[in-house]
Design a protein. Structure first.
Length: 130
């Protein structure tokens, strides 16, 4: 696979990742997760550690419950090599453009172009409310 083909594979995988995170209807989330992640795919960040499509869809649903009216947007370009890609993202309010949450994810991509594993890091989170 050429470097350009690899770049396209990474960008496509990450675009599907954002489609899954930005789907809001439960059925749309399930379909988008299946398109983005392999059957046994995993998602791990400081707040979650799940495997399989149902677990990943549940984490996405919980994020939408906690942040209604927000969308995930990429920050910068996707960078990758040897089946691993990294990218930044932020969670943005559609109402006022604020972005209280931002992070950085590293994804392992399988031969089929779907994500096998996500290792997420949170760079910016809202302050805890008392």
């Amino acid at each position: 696979m050429s470097a350009n083909e690899q770049k396209n594979t990474y960008e496509t995988a990450v675009a599907r990742y954002f489609e899954a995170w930005n789907a809001t209807d439960a059925d749309a989330v399930r379909k988008a997760v299946a398109a983005a992640w392999s059957e046994g795919g995993t998602y791990t960040d400081p707040l979650a550690d799940v495997a399989g499509h149902e677990g990943i869809a549940a984490v996405i649903g919980a994020a939408h419950e906690q942040f209604p009216g927000f969308v995930f947007r990429p920050l910068g370009a996707v960078d990758g090599h040897h089946g691993v890609a990294r990218f930044g993202w932020e969670l943005v309010s559609e109402a006022d453009g604020s972005a209280p949450v931002a992070g950085f994810d590293v994804v392992e991509i399988g031969d089929d172009g779907r994500i096998r594993a996500v290792h997420g890091f949170l760079d910016r989170v809202p302050a805890a409310q008392d």
